[in-house]
Design a protein around this ligand. Structure first.
Ligand code: NAP
Length: 345
């Protein structure tokens, strides 16, 4: 029997990466997953996945330490790069907390992949590197040719958006110069059930909506993708020999009001955040994007309703929604989503 195809997933214990590791194992891949601390209980779910005992190895690695990445990539035909901070709190030192791990971390993994002759690298970027472009024509759906303006992001202290934009721009410069086979995928806001035990930033956003604030939100467009569809997209672009360039991964558009109605229809009993205004916020950076390129490769994302309802079912099952301030998990709007906040009156 041929040995399994071997790939590396960086940041393997994270929200999206955990689903990707699960998917890869289910498809018979041998997986090298990097985590910063293999002994931390927040990564314990990985070795419980089906097939993990035979085909999953955890590697202790920090993206700022190239030697640790090289040990994990050795022997792998492909690499999925997901390790990058998605901060919840307001940043004190954006350079060390987000910019360096995103940008230098991506450079490190690309250099390791080049030196080890990795056949294909899938880098997870974000629609944060697409949306923040003040020069994009109004009303025109954004596609893969639309890039966030790094100066606009830095001037407006949108540190996460700046980090993802610079990291992806640099990825393309590096790939072109060094002949590395790279594909980037830009997911929008990711919801859906978790495999990891700790709540990640985008799940915190949905919990804030369901638990009800404390602050009201603007009525604006949201772009939402299911975490399971993101992992499908990552494997699809990896396995498809003709995939190339960037892929926007943002199938669902809904405004705050409509999303709340959709949630309340099935689960009327939660507090839910207040939504201010019937008219859509005209200044929102989130405007429709097209995922046509990814769909043309055969990507079939699920309906938004399934994602939202499966998320709530997961939160109910784990008791996350019952948490109170005293018990620990307070309702917090991750700072990177602060543009959803409605202005105080
Ligand atoms: P997550 O659960 O917070 O995962 C982020 C991972 O990055 C964690 O495993 C974290 O490891 C790791 N990491 C952070 N700094 C690191 C460092 N210096 N060295 C090594 N690992 C480091 O978030 P996620 O939502 O799954 O995000 C995964 C990727 O998807 C990120 O690149 C993110 O930008 C991108 N993305 C996410 C969304 C979304 O809505 N969730 C949307 C678009 C793109 P520790 O556990 O050790 O901190």
């Amino acid at each position: 029997m041929a040995p399994p195809r071997r790939v590396c997933v960086t940041g393997g214990g994270g929200y999206i990466a955990s689903w990707l590791v699960k998917l890869l194992l289910s498809r018979g891949y041998a997986v090298h997953a990097t985590v910063r601390d293999p002994c931390d209980s927040k990564n314990a779910h990985l070795m419980q996945l089906d097939g993990a005992a035979e085909n999953l190895r955890l590697f202790k690695a920090d993206v700022l330490d190239r030697a640790t990445l090289a040990a994990a990539v050795e022997g792998c035909e492909g690499v999925f790069h997901l390790a990058s901070p998605v901060p919840v709190a307001k940043l004190v030192d954006p350079e060390s907390e987000v910019l360096a791990p995103a940008v230098k971390g991506t450079m490190n993994i690309l250099e390791v992949c080049s030196s080890m002759k990795v056949q294909k690298v899938v880098v997870v970027s974000s629609t944060a590197s697409v949306h923040f472009n003040p020069n994009w024509p109004q009303g025109k759906p954004k596609d893969e040719s639309c890039w966030s303006d790094r100066k606009f992001c830095l001037d407006n202290e949108l540190w996460y958006c700046a980090a993802k934009t610079v990291a992806e721009e640099m990825t393309w410069e590096y790939a072109d110069k060094n002949g590395l086979n790279v594909v980037t995928v830009c997911p929008c806001i990711v919801f859906g059930p978790q495999l990891q035990p700790i709540v990640n930033s985008s799940s915190d956003l949905l919990l804030y909506v369901i638990k009800g604030g404390p602050n009201a939100m603007k009525n604006m467009m949201w772009d939402i993708v299911d975490v399971r569809d993101v992992s499908d997209a990552l494997l699809l672009v990896y396995e498809n020999t003709i995939s190339s360039g960037r892929y926007i991964c943002a199938p669902n558009y809904v405004n705050t009001k409509a999303m709340l109605e959709l949630l309340k229809k099935t689960y009327p009993g939660y507090n839910y955040v207040k939504c201010k205004g019937d008219v859509l916020d005209p200044n929102s950076p989130l405007t429709p994007t097209s995922s046509e390129k990814l769909r043309n490769l055969g990507w079939k994302p699920r309906e938004l309703e399934d994602t939202l309802l499966d998320s709530i079912e997961y939160y109910k099952k784990t008791g996350i929604l019952q948490d109170t301030k005293e018990e620990g998990h307070t309702c917090r709007l991750p700072d990177l989503f602060s543009f959803f906040h409605a202005a105080e009156e």
